[in-house]
Design a protein around this ligand. Sequence first.
Ligand code: FAD
Length: 471
Amino acid sequence: MMMLQRNLRRNTVVVTKIIRTLGADRGYSTNQINSEQIKGEYDIIIAGGGMVGCTLACSMGKNKIFSNLKVLLLEGSPDKPFELKPEYSNRVVALNQNTKALMNSMNIWSHVENMRLQPVRHMQVWDACSDALITFSSSEIMDDDVAYIVENDVLLHAVNTELKSPEVSNVNVVYGAKIANYELPKTASDSRSLVRMGNGDVYSCQLLIGADGANSAVRQAMGVQNLAWSYDQMGVVATLELSEETNNITAWQRFLPSGPVALLPLNPRMSSLVWSTSVEHAKQLLAMPEERFVDALNDALWKQYPRSTPVDAAMSWLGDTLRQLGASGGAARQLTPSVRRAQRRAAFPLAFGHSTRYVARGTALIGDAAHRVHPLAGQGVNLGFGDVKHLTEFLGDALYQGLDVAHHSWLEKYESVRQKHNIPTQLAIEAIHRLYSVDLPPFVLIRSLGLTLTNALKPVKKLIMDHAVAT
Ligand SMILES: Cc1cc2nc3c(=O)[nH]c(=O)nc-3n(C[C@H](O)[C@H](O)[C@H](O)COP(=O)(O)OP(=O)(O)OC[C@H]3O[C@@H](n4cnc5c(N)ncnc54)[C@H](O)[C@@H]3O)c2cc1C
C-alpha cells in the first residue's frame, strides 16, 4: 500500500512537471491549464467578423506565407444564408479605388460585380448657407470611377464566399460565437492570449486581433486609451426612389447647419440616403409617415436657407476674380434630384473614436476598433481595409524573416504606418464636421471661400482625392 502511494505521488510530480513545461512552452500558467479546458490553440485569432475582420481572415487565408499558421475567426452573429433580394438594403458604403484593388487581389470584387454595385463618376458637395460647392469627376481628377456604392451585406457575402473557397484552408470560422472576455499576456514571458467564450469554451493564440468594432472589448482588455466622443447625431439611412430616372452616377452631399444629407446612387431610379442630424430630429424623421419624411428630405435637399449679405458679396467677388483668371474650377453646379419614396428607414448613432495605441504585446486592433469617423467623407470602412492590407503585409514580412507572427517590432511598424495615415484623415473629417456645424457668418465665409478656392485649384483637389484613396 505504502509502495503504491509513493508511486502515485512520484507519478503526480512527473505529470505536474510535464504540464508545467508544456504550459511554459505555450506561455500560459499551469493554473490556467488546470482550471480551463482549452478548446483550440491557434496562431492567430481574429475577434469580430464584420466587413473588416472577415477581410483580414480572407487575406491571411489567401497569402501563402500564412499557410502554415492556424487562424480562427470568431463572429458573434449567426451565419445567415444570404440571398440577393430585388430590394436594396439600407446599409451601404462608398468604397474607394484602393479598397477595390484590395478586394480584386483576393477575387472578392468579381463576386460584388456579379451581385450589384453602382460606380460613382461624379460627386457634388455644397453648402446650404452659401453658393460654395466642390465637385469631383472621374474625367477631371482621375481616369477611373470616384467611388463604388456597395451594400454592406453584398460585400460581406462576397468576402465570405472567398473565405469558404477551397483555396483558404488555414482559417477556421466560428459564427454565433459570443466572446465573453480576454486574458492578454501580462509579462514578457507570457506569449499567449486566452479568449473565453460565452459558452465556456476557451481558445488560446499567439496573436489576437481586435476587429470587434467601435465598442471593442479587445481594446478594453489592452487597457489602451480611447479618445471618443458622441456627435449627438444619428445617421438616418433609407432606400430612396427618385422622382425621375437619370443615369444616376453622381453622389450628392449638402451641408445643412444640422448636419450633412447625402444621396448615394444605387441604380438609375434609386439612391441610398445618409442623413446626419440631431438625435431628436432623427427620432422624429423615423416616426413620421413616409409622405412627410419625403417632404422633409426634399426640403433638406432644396430649401433656401437664410443668407448673409457680406458672405454672398465676398463669394460673388471671388467667383468673378476666378473667372477673370480663367480658374473657375470644376464642373458646373448640377440640379439635385428630388425624391418620391423612402423605404426601410433606420438610424445609427455617430461618434468619433481614436485608440491611442493600435498594438500591445501579442495584440493588434483594426477597423472601427482602432478608429471611428463621421460618415460625411465615406472613409470609415476604407480606413479599416487599409489596416487589413498593411497588417497582412507587416505580419507576412515578419514571417518571411523567420520571426514570430506576433513579433512586437513588426506590430509597432503596423501601428506607426496606420496612425500616420488614419490620424490626419480623422482630423480632417473632424475639422470639416466642426466647420460645417455652425451657421455664423464668419465661419460660413471662411469655409465658403476655402471650398471655392479648393474647387478652383485642380492640384489641391487631386491631393485630396489621392489622400482619400490612399491606404
Ligand atoms: C450611417 C453610416 C454610414 C456609413 N457610410 C460609410 C461609407 O460610405 N464608407 C465607409 O468607408 N464607411 C462608412 N461607414 C462606416 C462603416 O460602416 C464602418 O467603418 C464599418 O462598418 C466598420 O467595420 P468593422 O468590421 O471594423 O466593425 P463592425 O462592423 O462593427 O464589426 C464588428 C464585428 O465584431 C463582432 N463582435 C463584436 N463584439 C463581439 C463579441 N464579443 N463576440 C463576437 N463577435 C463580436 C460584431 O458582431 C461585428 O460583426 C458608415 C457608418 C455609418 C453608421
